[in-house]
Design a binder for this molecule. Structure first.
Ligand code: MRU
Length: 359
């Protein structure tokens, strides 16, 4: 069932002293693993997107809490310093819900010591890997039920694979599962401005798996979809609100609008850990604003006139009514036009037993 998932090349590994990650800033030119042994090193790596993607930063955040606990003992931190460190970890990127949730999970284990926090971080990784496999199969099955077993032309945005998770990926996991079933004609990979997660990272992952794809500029999205070159768009999510609105990498809203216009399905693949029932609707999601020079300079040279001002929201919010289905590890929630998601366990009210409801 999961044979098609090759070794997770991006994955976060616990080394015994800290975590080892592939430095995503160096890809695709250089595949460089770096070891991060202090909480603040992980925070920095998350901020500069050396490690990125909602599930991956959630897991890294949990390991950062474990390292903070270790540092607190070794360096004789007081309770205040440890709590400040945990706040900094949980808030170093605001949009993806996974980071704050995983940090909260790890924080609950702090009274039981370093080993307990570390085990919680390992558990988060294990759950994410399992969820990735399940959603890949669920998404592929659902697409077979929709299209039969014909080869598909897919469009995806940003990077949602090994590098963005701790397993085979969310949207890219579904694409991998389809490839294993010989159901991919081609994947249009949006380059994803401003940091090129699509052309640098997704293409690198697809190359490694031998999946046929073409990279296009984000501005080509509407033309490619409305022109009839795409059967389905599959994207990930950083936070899904209770009404089905979701935040994802900037440019996703444009993909969704084009799909709606062309009447082709838009599929969101994300584990239930990305669903935030405490956030009622998309307007309540905080959008990370990043350094404007990510827009005005690349890599270290100006690509705009001197003094030009950049505008750099990292994410946008797509209304849930533009989503055809949300693929999770627990199954596929179909969203009828103009409605919020329905399906087993979807609820708006907070569950007393689970921070994000009772999915
Ligand atoms: O800023 P990033 O690169 O961390 O953003 C990640 C994304 O927006 C991805 O597209 C994604 O769907 C979430 S991670 C599976």
């Amino acid at each position: 069932m999961v044979k098609h998932l090759k070794r997770e090349i991006g994955g976060i590994e616990w080394t015994g002293r800290g975590i080892s990650i592939v430095d995503q800033g160096a890809l695709p030119g250089l595949v460089k693993r770096i070891e991060l042994c202090k909480a603040e090193e992980i925070v920095q790596a998350i901020r500069r997107l050396a490690i990125r993607g909602a599930p991956a930063i959630g897991a890294a955040g949990a390991y950062a809490v474990a390292l903070a606990v270790k540092q607190a003992t070794e360096e004789r931190w007081g309770a205040r310093r440890l709590s400040d460190a945990m706040n900094e970890i949980g808030n170093c990127r605001p949009t993806a819900v996974n980071l704050s949730i995983c940090v909260q999970r790890a924080a609950l284990k702090v009274p039981f010591g370093f080993a307990a926090v570390l085990n919680e971080a390992h558990a988060i990784v294990g759950e994410d890997r399992t969820a990735n496999r399940a959603m890949a199969e669920a998404g592929a099955d659902w697409l077979v039920s929709l299209f039969g077993d014909r080869k598909l032309r897919i469009l995806t945005h940003c990077n949602t694979g090994h590098l963005a998770t701790t397993g085979g990926g969310t949207a890219l996991g579904v694409i991998r599962a389809l490839n294993y079933r010989h159901m991919i004609e081609s994947v249009y990979v949006n380059e994803t401005r401003p940091l090129f997660q699509g052309s640098r990272l997704t293409s690198w992952e697809l190359m490694n798996d031998g999946i046929p794809h073409q990279i296009q500029v984000d501005g080509a999205t509407a033309g490619t979809i409305v022109g009839g070159y795409v059967d389905v768009a599959i994207v990930g999510a950083d936070r899904i609100a209770g009404n089905g609105d979701f935040a994802n990498k900037i440019g996703t809203l444009g993909v969704a609008l084009a799909c709606d216009f062309a009447r082709i399905p838009l599929i969101v693949a994300a584990s239930t850990s990305t669903i935030d029932l405490d956030t009622f609707e998309g307007d309540c999601i905080e959008i990370e604003m990043r350094d404007p020079t990510e827009v005005t300079k690349w890599p270290n040279c100006d690509i705009t006139p001197e003094g030009a001002i950049g505008h750099n929201p990292a994410f946008d919010v797509t209304p849930g009514r533009l989503v055809s289905a949300i693929v999770t590890e627990k199954g596929v929630l179909e969203v009828a036009a103009g409605q919020t998601p329905r399906g087993v366990g979807w609820g708006y009210t907070k569950s007393p037993t689970h921070p994000r409801g009772n999915l």
